[in-house]
Design a protein around this ligand. Structure first.
Ligand SMILES: NC(=O)c1ccc[n+]([C@@H]2O[C@H](COP(=O)([O-])OP(=O)(O)OC[C@H]3O[C@@H](n4cnc5c(N)ncnc54)[C@H](OP(=O)(O)O)[C@@H]3O)[C@@H](O)[C@H]2O)c1
Length: 422
Protein backbone atom coordinates (compact mmCIF):
# COMPACT_ATOMS: atom_id res chain seq x y z
CA UNK A 1 0.00 0.00 0.00
CA UNK A 2 2.74 2.35 1.11
CA UNK A 3 4.94 1.58 -1.91
CA UNK A 4 2.00 2.15 -4.30
CA UNK A 5 1.53 5.58 -2.77
CA UNK A 6 5.26 6.32 -3.13
CA UNK A 7 5.14 5.27 -6.80
CA UNK A 8 2.20 7.58 -7.50
CA UNK A 9 3.93 10.42 -5.71
CA UNK A 10 7.06 9.88 -7.78
CA UNK A 11 5.02 9.95 -11.02
CA UNK A 12 3.32 13.19 -9.96
CA UNK A 13 6.62 14.77 -9.03
CA UNK A 14 8.15 13.77 -12.36
CA UNK A 15 5.15 15.20 -14.23
CA UNK A 16 5.38 18.47 -12.31
CA UNK A 17 9.13 18.76 -12.97
CA UNK A 18 8.64 17.95 -16.68
CA UNK A 19 5.93 20.63 -17.00
CA UNK A 20 8.10 23.15 -15.17
CA UNK A 21 11.06 22.31 -17.41
CA UNK A 22 8.93 22.94 -20.53
CA UNK A 23 7.53 26.18 -19.07
CA UNK A 24 11.01 27.49 -18.15
CA UNK A 25 12.42 26.48 -21.54
CA UNK A 26 9.61 28.28 -23.39
CA UNK A 27 10.05 31.37 -21.22
CA UNK A 28 13.84 31.52 -21.72
CA UNK A 29 13.73 30.72 -25.42
CA UNK A 30 11.01 33.23 -26.29
CA UNK A 31 12.59 35.93 -24.11
CA UNK A 32 15.79 35.43 -26.10
CA UNK A 33 13.99 35.83 -29.42
CA UNK A 34 12.10 38.86 -28.11
CA UNK A 35 15.33 40.64 -27.20
CA UNK A 36 16.59 39.91 -30.71
CA UNK A 37 13.33 41.35 -32.16
CA UNK A 38 13.86 44.60 -30.24
CA UNK A 39 17.51 44.93 -31.33
CA UNK A 40 16.49 43.94 -34.87
CA UNK A 41 13.87 46.72 -34.94
CA UNK A 42 16.38 49.29 -33.63
CA UNK A 43 18.98 48.27 -36.22
CA UNK A 44 16.43 48.83 -38.99
CA UNK A 45 15.76 52.30 -37.54
CA UNK A 46 19.53 52.94 -37.46
CA UNK A 47 19.77 52.05 -41.16
CA UNK A 48 17.67 55.17 -41.89
CA UNK A 49 19.50 57.39 -39.39
CA UNK A 50 21.08 60.70 -40.52
CA UNK A 51 24.11 59.71 -38.38
CA UNK A 52 26.73 57.77 -40.29
CA UNK A 53 27.91 55.88 -37.23
CA UNK A 54 24.41 54.45 -36.65
CA UNK A 55 24.12 53.50 -40.32
CA UNK A 56 27.47 51.71 -40.01
CA UNK A 57 26.31 49.84 -36.90
CA UNK A 58 23.12 48.76 -38.68
CA UNK A 59 25.22 46.94 -41.28
CA UNK A 60 25.77 44.14 -38.79
CA UNK A 61 22.19 43.14 -39.71
CA UNK A 62 21.92 44.74 -43.19
CA UNK A 63 24.21 42.03 -44.55
CA UNK A 64 21.46 39.53 -43.81
CA UNK A 65 19.10 41.47 -46.11
CA UNK A 66 21.81 41.75 -48.76
CA UNK A 67 22.32 38.00 -48.51
CA UNK A 68 18.58 37.19 -48.83
CA UNK A 69 17.19 40.20 -50.65
CA UNK A 70 13.84 41.86 -51.45
CA UNK A 71 13.35 39.49 -54.36
CA UNK A 72 13.81 36.51 -51.99
CA UNK A 73 17.03 35.55 -53.75
CA UNK A 74 20.28 34.52 -52.09
CA UNK A 75 23.31 36.60 -53.04
CA UNK A 76 26.28 34.35 -52.25
CA UNK A 77 28.59 37.34 -52.12
CA UNK A 78 27.24 38.07 -48.61
CA UNK A 79 27.14 34.49 -47.34
CA UNK A 80 30.27 34.83 -45.21
CA UNK A 81 29.35 38.29 -43.92
CA UNK A 82 25.96 36.94 -42.85
CA UNK A 83 27.61 34.05 -41.00
CA UNK A 84 30.23 36.27 -39.33
CA UNK A 85 28.03 39.20 -38.25
CA UNK A 86 24.29 38.66 -38.36
CA UNK A 87 24.17 35.12 -37.01
CA UNK A 88 26.49 35.86 -34.04
CA UNK A 89 24.38 38.98 -33.34
CA UNK A 90 21.21 36.87 -33.33
CA UNK A 91 22.83 34.31 -31.03
CA UNK A 92 24.18 36.90 -28.58
CA UNK A 93 20.76 38.55 -28.28
CA UNK A 94 19.14 35.20 -27.65
CA UNK A 95 21.69 34.19 -25.01
CA UNK A 96 21.46 37.52 -23.19
CA UNK A 97 17.64 37.61 -23.42
CA UNK A 98 17.34 34.09 -22.01
CA UNK A 99 19.79 34.87 -19.22
CA UNK A 100 17.91 38.07 -18.31
CA UNK A 101 14.62 36.19 -18.11
CA UNK A 102 16.24 33.65 -15.76
CA UNK A 103 17.49 36.50 -13.55
CA UNK A 104 13.96 37.90 -13.41
CA UNK A 105 12.53 34.46 -12.65
CA UNK A 106 15.01 33.84 -9.83
CA UNK A 107 13.59 36.89 -8.02
CA UNK A 108 10.27 35.12 -7.56
CA UNK A 109 11.50 31.52 -7.08
CA UNK A 110 12.32 29.94 -3.72
CA UNK A 111 16.01 29.27 -3.23
CA UNK A 112 15.42 25.47 -3.37
CA UNK A 113 13.91 25.76 -6.88
CA UNK A 114 16.60 27.98 -8.35
CA UNK A 115 19.03 25.15 -9.12
CA UNK A 116 16.46 23.45 -11.35
CA UNK A 117 15.62 26.74 -13.13
CA UNK A 118 19.35 27.33 -13.74
CA UNK A 119 19.80 23.81 -15.17
CA UNK A 120 16.99 24.49 -17.68
CA UNK A 121 18.64 27.81 -18.56
CA UNK A 122 21.86 25.97 -19.40
CA UNK A 123 19.90 23.53 -21.56
CA UNK A 124 18.19 26.45 -23.37
CA UNK A 125 21.53 28.18 -24.03
CA UNK A 126 22.91 24.92 -25.49
CA UNK A 127 19.87 24.59 -27.78
CA UNK A 128 20.32 28.20 -28.96
CA UNK A 129 24.02 27.65 -29.72
CA UNK A 130 23.36 24.36 -31.55
CA UNK A 131 20.56 25.96 -33.60
CA UNK A 132 22.85 28.74 -34.82
CA UNK A 133 25.64 26.27 -35.63
CA UNK A 134 23.16 24.27 -37.72
CA UNK A 135 22.05 27.45 -39.53
CA UNK A 136 25.71 28.32 -40.25
CA UNK A 137 26.24 24.81 -41.66
CA UNK A 138 23.10 25.31 -43.80
CA UNK A 139 24.69 28.55 -45.09
CA UNK A 140 21.94 30.62 -43.50
CA UNK A 141 19.26 28.83 -45.52
CA UNK A 142 16.98 27.84 -42.67
CA UNK A 143 13.27 27.01 -42.90
CA UNK A 144 12.22 30.68 -42.64
CA UNK A 145 14.12 31.69 -45.80
CA UNK A 146 12.38 30.27 -48.85
CA UNK A 147 12.78 31.73 -52.34
CA UNK A 148 9.10 32.01 -53.21
CA UNK A 149 8.09 33.37 -56.61
CA UNK A 150 4.63 33.85 -55.12
CA UNK A 151 4.34 34.27 -51.36
CA UNK A 152 1.74 31.75 -50.12
CA UNK A 153 -1.03 32.59 -47.68
CA UNK A 154 0.16 32.99 -44.13
CA UNK A 155 -2.30 31.00 -42.05
CA UNK A 156 -0.54 31.45 -38.70
CA UNK A 157 -1.19 34.02 -35.99
CA UNK A 158 1.33 33.44 -33.18
CA UNK A 159 4.49 31.86 -34.59
CA UNK A 160 6.57 33.13 -37.49
CA UNK A 161 6.84 30.87 -40.53
CA UNK A 162 8.48 31.27 -43.95
CA UNK A 163 5.47 33.07 -45.49
CA UNK A 164 5.54 35.72 -42.75
CA UNK A 165 9.32 36.08 -42.75
CA UNK A 166 9.38 36.41 -46.56
CA UNK A 167 7.25 39.53 -46.16
CA UNK A 168 9.87 40.93 -43.78
CA UNK A 169 12.51 40.57 -46.49
CA UNK A 170 10.20 42.23 -49.04
CA UNK A 171 9.17 45.01 -46.60
CA UNK A 172 12.12 45.23 -44.18
CA UNK A 173 10.47 47.72 -41.78
CA UNK A 174 7.50 45.44 -41.20
CA UNK A 175 7.01 41.84 -39.99
CA UNK A 176 9.92 42.10 -37.51
CA UNK A 177 9.18 39.05 -35.34
CA UNK A 178 11.71 36.23 -35.68
CA UNK A 179 9.91 33.42 -33.83
CA UNK A 180 6.88 35.01 -32.15
CA UNK A 181 4.68 37.79 -33.57
CA UNK A 182 4.34 39.45 -30.16
CA UNK A 183 6.66 42.34 -31.04
CA UNK A 184 4.69 43.08 -34.24
CA UNK A 185 1.40 43.07 -32.34
CA UNK A 186 2.79 45.66 -29.95
CA UNK A 187 4.31 47.85 -32.67
CA UNK A 188 1.57 47.37 -35.31
CA UNK A 189 4.05 46.04 -37.85
CA UNK A 190 2.22 42.85 -38.81
CA UNK A 191 0.96 43.99 -42.21
CA UNK A 192 1.70 46.53 -44.89
CA UNK A 193 -0.25 48.59 -47.39
CA UNK A 194 2.90 49.92 -49.04
CA UNK A 195 2.61 50.21 -52.83
CA UNK A 196 -0.79 48.53 -52.85
CA UNK A 197 -3.43 49.50 -55.39
CA UNK A 198 -6.62 49.85 -53.37
CA UNK A 199 -10.16 49.91 -54.75
CA UNK A 200 -12.93 50.88 -52.34
CA UNK A 201 -16.73 51.02 -52.50
CA UNK A 202 -19.00 53.25 -50.42
CA UNK A 203 -16.68 56.28 -50.26
CA UNK A 204 -19.80 58.48 -50.54
CA UNK A 205 -20.79 57.07 -47.14
CA UNK A 206 -19.42 57.53 -43.64
CA UNK A 207 -17.25 54.44 -43.23
CA UNK A 208 -15.91 54.41 -46.81
CA UNK A 209 -14.85 58.07 -46.53
CA UNK A 210 -13.24 57.47 -43.12
CA UNK A 211 -11.30 54.40 -44.31
CA UNK A 212 -10.15 56.31 -47.39
CA UNK A 213 -8.85 59.07 -45.09
CA UNK A 214 -6.87 56.48 -43.11
CA UNK A 215 -5.46 54.91 -46.27
CA UNK A 216 -4.22 58.30 -47.46
CA UNK A 217 -1.79 58.28 -44.50
CA UNK A 218 -0.39 54.89 -45.50
CA UNK A 219 2.02 54.46 -48.40
CA UNK A 220 -0.56 52.99 -50.77
CA UNK A 221 0.12 53.38 -54.50
CA UNK A 222 -3.43 54.36 -55.44
CA UNK A 223 -6.96 54.54 -54.09
CA UNK A 224 -9.79 54.17 -56.60
CA UNK A 225 -13.46 54.56 -55.68
CA UNK A 226 -16.15 52.36 -57.18
CA UNK A 227 -19.43 54.28 -56.84
CA UNK A 228 -22.90 52.77 -56.69
CA UNK A 229 -24.93 53.82 -59.74
CA UNK A 230 -21.73 54.75 -61.62
CA UNK A 231 -19.40 51.73 -61.57
CA UNK A 232 -21.85 49.09 -60.39
CA UNK A 233 -25.53 48.76 -59.63
CA UNK A 234 -27.89 46.15 -58.24
CA UNK A 235 -27.59 43.96 -61.33
CA UNK A 236 -24.20 44.49 -62.93
CA UNK A 237 -20.62 45.73 -62.82
CA UNK A 238 -19.45 48.16 -65.53
CA UNK A 239 -16.59 47.46 -67.95
CA UNK A 240 -14.65 50.34 -66.44
CA UNK A 241 -14.86 48.67 -63.04
CA UNK A 242 -13.58 45.42 -64.52
CA UNK A 243 -10.50 47.24 -65.82
CA UNK A 244 -10.00 48.82 -62.38
CA UNK A 245 -10.40 45.46 -60.64
CA UNK A 246 -7.87 43.87 -62.98
CA UNK A 247 -5.28 46.24 -61.49
CA UNK A 248 -6.36 46.04 -57.86
CA UNK A 249 -4.44 44.50 -54.98
CA UNK A 250 -6.94 45.21 -52.21
CA UNK A 251 -10.72 45.45 -52.68
CA UNK A 252 -12.50 47.09 -49.73
CA UNK A 253 -16.29 46.74 -49.58
CA UNK A 254 -17.83 49.44 -47.39
CA UNK A 255 -21.00 50.17 -49.34
CA UNK A 256 -24.43 49.20 -48.11
CA UNK A 257 -27.99 50.08 -47.31
CA UNK A 258 -29.97 50.02 -44.05
CA UNK A 259 -33.49 50.26 -45.55
CA UNK A 260 -34.93 49.22 -48.90
CA UNK A 261 -33.63 46.33 -50.97
CA UNK A 262 -30.93 45.45 -48.48
CA UNK A 263 -30.33 41.91 -49.76
CA UNK A 264 -29.28 43.29 -53.14
CA UNK A 265 -27.25 46.17 -51.71
CA UNK A 266 -25.46 44.34 -48.89
CA UNK A 267 -25.18 40.77 -50.13
CA UNK A 268 -25.62 40.45 -53.90
CA UNK A 269 -23.52 43.43 -55.02
CA UNK A 270 -20.74 42.56 -52.56
CA UNK A 271 -20.59 38.95 -53.70
CA UNK A 272 -20.72 39.96 -57.37
CA UNK A 273 -17.88 42.46 -56.96
CA UNK A 274 -15.67 39.81 -55.32
CA UNK A 275 -16.47 37.33 -58.09
CA UNK A 276 -15.64 39.85 -60.80
CA UNK A 277 -12.45 40.77 -58.90
CA UNK A 278 -11.41 37.10 -58.86
CA UNK A 279 -12.04 36.76 -62.60
CA UNK A 280 -10.37 40.00 -63.66
CA UNK A 281 -7.46 40.43 -61.26
CA UNK A 282 -4.01 39.82 -62.73
CA UNK A 283 -0.99 39.32 -60.46
CA UNK A 284 1.73 41.92 -60.87
CA UNK A 285 4.62 41.05 -63.10
CA UNK A 286 8.25 41.97 -62.40
CA UNK A 287 11.22 40.75 -60.41
CA UNK A 288 9.49 40.87 -57.05
CA UNK A 289 7.62 37.77 -55.88
CA UNK A 290 3.88 38.14 -56.26
CA UNK A 291 1.60 38.60 -53.26
CA UNK A 292 -1.98 37.48 -52.72
CA UNK A 293 -4.84 39.91 -53.34
CA UNK A 294 -6.95 41.01 -50.40
CA UNK A 295 -10.67 41.56 -49.81
CA UNK A 296 -11.99 43.51 -46.80
CA UNK A 297 -15.74 43.47 -46.08
CA UNK A 298 -17.67 45.68 -43.65
CA UNK A 299 -19.78 43.24 -41.67
CA UNK A 300 -21.89 44.11 -38.66
CA UNK A 301 -22.61 43.03 -35.10
CA UNK A 302 -26.19 42.53 -36.30
CA UNK A 303 -24.87 39.32 -37.89
CA UNK A 304 -24.88 38.06 -34.32
CA UNK A 305 -27.65 39.62 -32.28
CA UNK A 306 -31.45 39.17 -32.66
CA UNK A 307 -33.59 41.88 -34.28
CA UNK A 308 -35.98 42.21 -31.31
CA UNK A 309 -39.09 42.13 -33.54
CA UNK A 310 -37.87 45.08 -35.64
CA UNK A 311 -38.71 44.12 -39.25
CA UNK A 312 -36.29 46.45 -40.98
CA UNK A 313 -33.46 45.38 -38.65
CA UNK A 314 -34.37 41.73 -39.34
CA UNK A 315 -34.06 42.29 -43.11
CA UNK A 316 -30.77 44.17 -42.69
CA UNK A 317 -29.33 41.45 -40.40
CA UNK A 318 -30.45 38.73 -42.83
CA UNK A 319 -28.61 40.48 -45.68
CA UNK A 320 -25.43 40.66 -43.59
CA UNK A 321 -25.77 37.05 -42.38
CA UNK A 322 -26.35 35.85 -45.93
CA UNK A 323 -22.80 36.98 -46.82
CA UNK A 324 -21.21 34.92 -44.03
CA UNK A 325 -20.84 31.50 -45.78
CA UNK A 326 -19.27 33.26 -48.78
CA UNK A 327 -17.06 35.26 -46.41
CA UNK A 328 -15.98 32.05 -44.72
CA UNK A 329 -15.05 30.48 -48.06
CA UNK A 330 -12.86 33.50 -48.81
CA UNK A 331 -11.38 33.31 -45.31
CA UNK A 332 -10.41 29.68 -45.93
CA UNK A 333 -9.21 30.19 -49.52
CA UNK A 334 -5.48 29.92 -50.18
CA UNK A 335 -5.68 32.36 -53.10
CA UNK A 336 -6.90 35.49 -51.29
CA UNK A 337 -6.44 37.19 -47.92
CA UNK A 338 -9.91 37.99 -46.60
CA UNK A 339 -10.53 40.37 -43.67
CA UNK A 340 -13.97 40.27 -42.07
CA UNK A 341 -14.61 43.57 -40.24
CA UNK A 342 -17.35 43.31 -37.62
CA UNK A 343 -18.56 46.77 -36.64
CA UNK A 344 -20.72 48.02 -33.82
CA UNK A 345 -23.10 50.89 -34.72
CA UNK A 346 -21.41 54.19 -35.65
CA UNK A 347 -22.92 57.49 -36.80
CA UNK A 348 -23.78 57.69 -40.48
CA UNK A 349 -26.71 58.14 -42.85
CA UNK A 350 -27.85 54.79 -41.43
CA UNK A 351 -28.48 56.42 -38.05
CA UNK A 352 -26.83 58.10 -35.03
CA UNK A 353 -24.57 56.25 -32.58
CA UNK A 354 -22.20 57.01 -29.72
CA UNK A 355 -19.09 56.68 -31.92
CA UNK A 356 -18.15 58.17 -35.29
CA UNK A 357 -17.14 56.48 -38.52
CA UNK A 358 -13.64 57.93 -37.99
CA UNK A 359 -13.44 56.01 -34.71
CA UNK A 360 -14.54 52.82 -36.51
CA UNK A 361 -12.01 53.36 -39.31
CA UNK A 362 -9.15 54.00 -36.87
CA UNK A 363 -9.84 50.79 -34.95
CA UNK A 364 -10.22 48.88 -38.20
CA UNK A 365 -6.73 49.97 -39.24
CA UNK A 366 -5.35 49.32 -35.74
CA UNK A 367 -6.37 45.67 -35.99
CA UNK A 368 -5.25 45.27 -39.60
CA UNK A 369 -1.80 46.68 -38.78
CA UNK A 370 -1.61 43.80 -36.30
CA UNK A 371 -2.39 41.29 -39.01
CA UNK A 372 -6.02 40.59 -37.97
CA UNK A 373 -8.14 38.75 -40.52
CA UNK A 374 -11.16 38.86 -38.22
CA UNK A 375 -11.45 42.52 -37.24
CA UNK A 376 -13.67 43.29 -34.22
CA UNK A 377 -14.49 47.01 -34.09
CA UNK A 378 -16.63 47.20 -31.02
CA UNK A 379 -17.52 48.93 -27.75
CA UNK A 380 -20.26 46.40 -26.90
CA UNK A 381 -18.06 43.30 -26.96
CA UNK A 382 -20.48 41.46 -29.29
CA UNK A 383 -17.92 41.33 -32.11
CA UNK A 384 -15.59 39.33 -29.83
CA UNK A 385 -18.35 36.76 -29.20
CA UNK A 386 -19.13 36.74 -32.90
CA UNK A 387 -15.56 35.59 -33.55
CA UNK A 388 -16.46 32.13 -32.20
CA UNK A 389 -19.55 31.97 -34.38
CA UNK A 390 -17.58 33.03 -37.46
CA UNK A 391 -14.77 30.57 -36.79
CA UNK A 392 -16.64 27.53 -35.49
CA UNK A 393 -20.31 27.76 -36.48
CA UNK A 394 -20.47 29.42 -39.91
CA UNK A 395 -19.88 26.88 -42.68
CA UNK A 396 -18.03 27.96 -45.81
CA UNK A 397 -20.10 27.76 -48.97
CA UNK A 398 -18.74 25.88 -51.96
CA UNK A 399 -17.79 28.94 -53.95
CA UNK A 400 -15.95 28.73 -57.23
CA UNK A 401 -13.97 31.86 -56.43
CA UNK A 402 -10.25 31.41 -57.02
CA UNK A 403 -7.75 34.14 -57.75
CA UNK A 404 -4.83 33.86 -60.12
CA UNK A 405 -1.72 33.99 -57.93
CA UNK A 406 1.23 34.12 -60.31
CA UNK A 407 4.46 32.11 -59.97
CA UNK A 408 4.71 28.87 -58.02
CA UNK A 409 6.78 28.45 -54.88
CA UNK A 410 10.33 27.37 -55.59
CA UNK A 411 13.42 26.41 -53.61
CA UNK A 412 15.97 29.13 -52.92
CA UNK A 413 18.00 30.28 -55.89
CA UNK A 414 21.45 31.75 -55.57
CA UNK A 415 23.79 34.32 -57.01
CA UNK A 416 23.40 37.45 -59.15
CA UNK A 417 25.47 39.40 -56.65
CA UNK A 418 23.48 42.66 -56.64
CA UNK A 419 23.42 44.50 -53.37
CA UNK A 420 19.86 44.81 -52.03
CA UNK A 421 18.64 47.51 -49.67
CA UNK A 422 17.65 46.88 -46.08
N1 LIG B 1 -23.56 52.67 -39.76
C1 LIG B 1 -23.47 51.67 -38.89
O1 LIG B 1 -23.81 51.80 -37.71
C2 LIG B 1 -22.93 50.35 -39.32
C3 LIG B 1 -22.69 49.35 -38.36
C4 LIG B 1 -22.17 48.14 -38.75
C5 LIG B 1 -21.87 47.93 -40.07
N2 LIG B 1 -22.11 48.89 -41.00
C6 LIG B 1 -21.78 48.59 -42.40
O2 LIG B 1 -20.77 49.48 -42.84
C7 LIG B 1 -20.94 49.76 -44.23
C8 LIG B 1 -20.96 51.27 -44.44
O3 LIG B 1 -21.97 51.82 -43.65
P1 LIG B 1 -22.15 53.41 -43.55
O4 LIG B 1 -22.90 53.65 -42.29
O5 LIG B 1 -20.88 54.11 -43.78
O6 LIG B 1 -23.14 53.66 -44.76
P2 LIG B 1 -23.62 55.02 -45.43
O7 LIG B 1 -23.02 56.22 -44.78
O8 LIG B 1 -25.14 54.97 -45.49
O9 LIG B 1 -23.06 54.89 -46.92
C9 LIG B 1 -23.33 53.79 -47.69
C10 LIG B 1 -22.77 54.03 -49.08
O10 LIG B 1 -23.09 52.88 -49.87
C11 LIG B 1 -23.32 53.29 -51.24
N3 LIG B 1 -24.71 52.94 -51.58
C12 LIG B 1 -25.83 53.66 -51.47
N4 LIG B 1 -26.89 52.96 -51.91
C13 LIG B 1 -26.43 51.77 -52.30
C14 LIG B 1 -27.05 50.61 -52.86
N5 LIG B 1 -28.36 50.55 -53.11
N6 LIG B 1 -26.27 49.55 -53.12
C15 LIG B 1 -24.94 49.58 -52.89
N7 LIG B 1 -24.31 50.67 -52.38
C16 LIG B 1 -25.05 51.73 -52.09
C17 LIG B 1 -23.15 54.82 -51.25
O11 LIG B 1 -21.77 55.09 -51.54
P3 LIG B 1 -21.27 55.56 -53.02
O12 LIG B 1 -22.09 56.71 -53.39
O13 LIG B 1 -19.82 55.87 -52.82
O14 LIG B 1 -21.47 54.38 -53.92
C18 LIG B 1 -23.41 55.19 -49.82
O15 LIG B 1 -22.84 56.43 -49.48
C19 LIG B 1 -22.22 49.05 -44.65
O16 LIG B 1 -21.89 47.83 -45.22
C20 LIG B 1 -22.94 48.81 -43.34
O17 LIG B 1 -23.78 47.68 -43.39
C21 LIG B 1 -22.62 50.09 -40.65
Amino acid sequence: MGSQFDDRLAIWQTAIYASLAVAYFVLYYFSGTLLFDIIHFLLHKCARSPFRVLRQISKVHSVHHWYFDRHLRYNNRYKLANALTNLPLELSCQLVGSWLSQRALSMVLREDDQGFATAILHLTLCVEVIRVIVVVILEGKDSNHVGYLSVPKDGGWLLVGPEYHSLHHMYPDQFMGSVLRLFDWIMGTSSTLKNKRVTITGVGGALGAAIKKQLECENVESITALRFGVHFDEESVSEDSMKILAKTDILILTHGLRHGDVMKANYETSKRLVEVFSQQRKPRTGRRPTELPEVWYAGSESEMHPSWGNKSLAAYSASKRRFLPFAKSLYASDTVVYRHIVLAAFSSKMGPAIVSADWAAKWTMWWIRRGARYVPVTYTGLAYLHFFKFMFVVKAERSGVRFEIGGQAEVPTSKDGTKGKM
